[in-house]
Ligand binder design. Structure first.
Ligand code: K7E
Ligand code: CUA
Ligand code: CA
Length: 625
């Protein structure tokens, strides 16, 4: 480590504890024990850094950030560099505020898995065209229930959720970058018997897992490829042909010690063109009651190559110049650099798998994920060292070839135990090297205590200069694994809903079948013991202030918000019935519940919409059966 690196390391933590003390966040007494000279310097530095991240009231951030929500199952939208939370997008979770998982429209999106109340979302990625973000969709995995979801970025709502068949625990997820996001690539992590119907329970040697290609537009699983070992993280190249995934369990161990036996596991590279050709030629099998094409991609097949890398590798990241896949070593202090331009030779068997590795810099303990500034530098999280290592890719390759060069540029303390890091636009060819977000798993002593469960700590680092500068702590609720940043001008969110939005097309169809004009009618339709209540809402009134049903009826309330004013969202809550939902301007939302209790049941608007919002109420009168 250079002296410079040591300097930064020593300054890092106290420097920012001091900053917290000044702003009254972390309590007093933290500044003792170092010299005034150093203090002044760091204060002046802080002042300069602070202005770089300050986004004044009313001013807008330059970047959108989309954070996964980990075991909360959601996605969060932040402004960067302010790190203000702008919105939450429920995906695999149930959300009381918006009614996600409660409304009929959201339950239709959730489909077969609507009965699950949990999710575990790790990897948010934005659709691309020619290697740039196109701002259309965001895709995310659910490890907990083997699902993949798509969020429409115009309305910031989840519009598709699928369960991937034949596999368990979708973890790594990335998108095709070039020529456009035709496929979502999804790694299933945990091997299971093929077929998993009670056979082979105690024969782990017969377990397997698969690499999955999902059609990004139809959200149907296009094909699956059986692999040796398991699959962890993944990324795609900039030619459209290759995708690489890490495997930490080449041993096919069923316990932790078993998964750590080998000194090397591997990166498996997939040839998407060969896979597509085989599927097109009908050269595949299907499994069980799924009709998804399944290919054999084990060692020795034309669909894959296995490149040995040390040891229980984790993160897999493509450099924005399109030249390299980087596999972080986790149990090895190294990152393995794989040259993408050698992969066609590898598939032609003109070179050995290890010949594709052109560098293996030693960075520190517990390398997990790597990100890039577009200026030839890489930034790798060191989980065990609680540091970010900034290193130069070209110099690391020179050192691997025996030259005496120092590829390490800087190590910066972060707080603490970082998982992913993510630089602005880093997954696209437009990587701009301005901001680096580090998602730290531990935050003890950085914030006011809030009980045994601590927040995470997402730190913002300015990487625009030679030296990384830590500029902000951002506590987050459990547990964003990853985030993605794009420029604000790369997105165009809607301000209000379009009345013909497909998100509520099924509800519109139901209304049409009932002879209802959603924009005008306030009517109750009885269909046996199913009752559909159609209402408009205009602040501060529901179109109906009472309706009558019978005990035992199944009631569907359909609300259309006729306000056209931006930001004028209404809610609907039926007291004591466990239902509420959001209805934003020009949106139609519906919810179904049983009217089992005779009597008077008030409903009210639960999104603040008007000075008379409290009075925006009505009564459901339930007659005794
Ligand atoms: Cu490293 Cu699921 Cu991306 Cu967590 S994974 S950190
Ligand atoms: Cu309508 Cu509050
Ligand atoms: Ca292993």
């Amino acid at each position: 480590m250079s002296e410079k690196q040591n300097d930064v390391k020593n300054l890092g933590r106290r420097h920012f504890l001091r900053n917290s003390a000044v702003t009254g966040v972390a309590g007093a007494g933290l500044a003792s024990g170092f010299g005034t000279g150093a203090l002044m310097t760091s204060r002046q530095a802080q002042a300069a850094e602070k202005s770089a991240i300050e986004v004044a009231p009313g001013d807008l951030d330059e970047y959108y950030g989309f954070w996964s929500g980990g075991q909360s199952g959601e996605v969060r939208v932040l402004g960067v560099p302010s790190m203000r939370e702008l919105m939450r997008i429920p995906v695999f979770n149930v959300d009381s505020a918006t009614g996600w998982g409660i409304t009929n429209e959201s339950r239709e999106v959730l489909g077969d898995s609507a009965h699950f109340l949990n999710g575990d979302s790790h990897h948010p990625h934005i659709s691309m065209k020619d290697g740039s973000y196109d701002g259309k969709y965001l895709f995310i995995n659910d490890k907990a229930n083997t699902r993949v979801a798509r969020i429409r970025l115009d309305i910031m709502k989840t519009d598709k959720v699928i369960t991937v068949p034949n596999v368990q625990a979708i973890h790594g997820l990335r998108l095709q970058k070039v020529p456009y996001t035709k496929y979502v690539f999804a790694n299933a992590e945990l091997p299971i018997p093929q077929i998993n119907d009670g056979r082979d329970l105690e024969s782990p040697e017969k377990y397997a897992t698969m690499f999955n290609g999902i059609d990004a537009e139809s959200m149907e699983v296009a094909w699956q490829v059986i692999v040796d070992g398991n699959l962890d993280n993944t990324d795609a190249d900039y030619t459209g042909r290759f995708v690489a995934s890490t495997c930490y369990n080449s041993e096919m161990g069923m316990t932790l010690p078993e998964t750590m036996r080998a000194e090397r596991d591997w990166v498996v590279v997939f040839d998407v063109e060969a896979i597509e050709a085989a599927v097109k030629a009908g050269d595949y099998e299907t499994l069980g009651d799924s009709d998804v094409p399944v290919l054999n991609g084990r060692h020795g097949t034309r669909f894959t190559r296995y490149i040995p890398v040390p040891k229980n590798p984790h993160g897999l990241n493509t450099s924005p110049d399109g030249k390299y896949f980087m596999a972080a070593g986790k149990l090895s202090p190294t990152v393995s650099i794989i040259a993408i331009d050698k992969l066609s030779e590898l598939f032609d068997d003109a070179i050995e798998p290890r010949d594709a590795v052109v560098g293996e810099p030693e960075l520190g303990l517990g390398p997990l994920h790597t990100t890039f500034d577009g200026r030839g530098n890489a930034y790798t999280t060191l989980f065990i060292d609680s540091q970010i290592a900034k290193w130069n890719i070209a110099d690391a390759i020179r050192a691997y070839n025996g030259e005496d060069v120092n590829y390490l540029r800087q190590k910066l303390d972060v707080h603490y135990q970082p998982g992913h890091n993510h630089a602005s636009l880093t997954e696209s060819k437009d990587a701009d090297g301005k901001w680096l977000v580090v998602l730290s798993k531990f935050s003890k002593d950085r914030f006011l205590p809030v009980g045994p469960l601590h927040p995470e700590n997402d730190q913002l680092i300015d990487i625009s200069g030679e030296q990384m500068k830590l500029v902000h702590d951002g506590p987050t609720y459990a547990e964003p694994h990853d985030c993605i940043l794009l420029r604000a001008d790369q997105l165009t969110p809607s301000r209000i809903w379009s009345r013909d939005d497909p998100f509520f097309a099924s509800t519109r169809k139901m209304a049409e079948d009932d002879g209802i004009n959603l924009e005008a009618d306030n009517k109750v339709i009885r269909d046996g013991n199913k009752v559909r209540v159609y209402m408009t809402s205009v602040a501060p009134q529901f179109g109906m202030t009472e309706f009558k049903v019978k005990q035992g009826d199944e009631v569907t309330v359909v609300l259309t918000n006729m306000d056209k004013v931006e930001d004028l969202t209404h809610g609907f809550c039926m007291v004591n019935h466990g239902v509420q939902m959001e209805i934003s301007p020009q949106q139609t939302s519906s919810v179904t519940f049983m009217a089992n209790k005779p009597g008077v049941h008030w409903y009210y608007c639960n999104w603040f919409c008007h000075a008379m919002h409290m009075e925006m109420t009505g009564r459901m009168l339930v007659e005794k059966a």
